[in-house]
Write a protein of this length. Structure first.
Length: 450
């Protein structure tokens, strides 16, 4: 007899007249009547948040009888195909194991390339504060980095593609270096019959249509630009080193590139107490600029620099995110299904490296100034500590699996950088359950258009 998936979320809709059942393991969804939802969530218990959400969260899955979830022909088969029903709990556990294995061992070599530490801005919350702004890849380090990448490709024949993430500092302070990496990786990927995808994370000051048009045929897929509020707030938080404003220049550059087809464009908002009340004003400006349909809004909590114990609790983070998400939804912007989630996570994935301006290898961009987080260099390759760290941080999902938490396929046990800030251990317990309880009842129905 089929049983309900452990990874179902039950989200009441339209004044609880209907229920959206969303499966986090498969990313599937169906709308059912409340009485049918009850049969899919007998063992679910109320979430901790202020919004109504029930999680399949416990050691048992309820049996679904012949009358559930509806009497329509083929409905049972449909729910089985969606993963909302499963043949057995053991079979679903094997599906989860395969899901985690695919996530931990992707067939893409993901390279986050911080080839320069230079940046025109002096953001007060910058997690790279204190770095040498003059550090950058020399010609020898450039070639050494390319040699490291090719060696990774040769050692991992299972790879199907390369993802190059241009990062910094500010990557567009050295467009020539960026273009050189793009051109050389295009040659390397063609040589090894691999795909090449490129993303750009930039402050937006040097964005130009000609740059986008040059990189598009070479593999550019996504551009991410930060705006933290309307001009008054953004310019306080993200001025130049000479304390000059930056908002209007960035907005103008966004408008200039927004009508170029063939790539995704995201506006990232670092969300905290300093700008939470101005998100609506910023979004109104973006609407007036004609950008509502051209961009997606990426809401993210502002993460502090490396100081133990400086993070808000997850429920407070969720409340702030939900309030901002309401403003996004009110104006009809696109936004990710899971707001604030940094995925895929470099920290737990094989064949993924952050390469800094000195040629050191890291697992996470937020750890680039922490000497204890170095896992190798482009010259020596990945050290043994890299594999040990991977095994360690992956074990963080053990508690989640034991609890059969429905959020596990979303967060993989929570952000490892946050875990380190909260516990002093990258493998520490960092359960964002209360965050998801606040955010998902809003984001999932909205993103699915329900």
């Amino acid at each position: 007899m089929p049983v309900a998936s452990r990874y179902n979320l039950l989200l009441p809709l339209h004044g609880e007249q209907q229920t959206l059942v969303f499966n986090t393991l498969r990313g599937s969804a169906v709308v059912v009547q409340p009485q049918d939802a009850d049969r899919l969530g007998v063992y679910a218990r109320p979430g901790s948040g202020s919004q109504p959400v029930w999680r399949s969260y416990g050691s048992h899955s309820p049996e679904v009888d012949q009358a559930a979830p509806t009497d329509s022909p083929g409905c049972w088969d449909t729910l089985l195909q969606l993963g909302i029903l499963v043949e057995t709990a053991d079979a679903e556990e094997r599906t989860l194991a395969a899901f985690l294995d695919d996530y931990w061992h992707p067939r893409t070599l993901k390279l986050t390339m911080a080839y320069t530490a230079a940046c025109q801005m002096a953001c007060g919350y910058c997690f790279q504060s204190g770095r040498n702004l003059k550090a950058r890849h020399s010609p020898a380090l450039f070639q050494g980095t390319l040699d490291f990448i090719e060696q990774q490709v040769k050692c991992h024949p299972e790879l199907e593609g390369i993802h190059l993430g241009l990062f910094g500092g500010e990557p567009l302070t050295d467009v020539a270096m960026a273009t050189s990496y793009i051109d050389q990786l295009q040659i390397l990927s063609q040589k090894h019959n691999l795909s090449l995808d490129i993303s750009l994370t930039t402050n937006g000051l040097n964005l130009h249509p000609d740059l986008i048009l040059d990189w598009l045929p070479k593999g550019l897929k996504y551009v991410r630009v930060t705006l933290d509020g309307p001009a008054k707030i953004h310019d306080q938080r993200r001025p130049t080193h000479g304390n000059q404003p930056t908002f209007h220049r960035i907005l103008s550059n966004l408008r200039r590139i927004s009508n170029i087809a063939g790539f995704g464009l995201g506006v990232s908002i670092n969300l905290d107490q300093g700008n939470e009340g101005a998100i609506g004003d910023l979004l109104d400006i973006l609407v007036e600029a004609g950008l509502r349909t051209q961009i997606e809004i990426l809401l993210e909590a502002t993460l502090p620099t490396y100081k133990l114990g400086t993070l808000e609790d997850h429920r407070s983070q969720g409340l702030r995110m939900s309030t901002a998400l309401d403003q996004v939804m009110l104006r009809g912007f696109r936004t990710p299904l899971y707001p604030g989630l940094c995925t895929p996570c470099n920290f737990v994935q094989s064949n993924n490296f952050v390469i800094d301006w000195s040629g050191n290898l890291f697992r996470c961009t937020f750890t680039m100034l922490d000497p204890q987080a170095v896992v190798g260099s482009v010259g020596e390759g990945a050290r043994g500590v890299n594999q040990a760290l991977l095994q360690s941080v992956r074990q963080a999902v053990g508690h989640c699996r034991a609890m059969q938490c429905a959020y596990l396929p979303l967060c993989g046990g929570g952000c490892r950088y946050e875990a380190d800030l909260r516990t002093g251990n990258w493998s520490g317990h960092n359960c964002p359950l209360e965050y998801w309880d606040e955010v998902l009842p809003r984001s999932i129905p909205y993103t699915l258009g329900i």
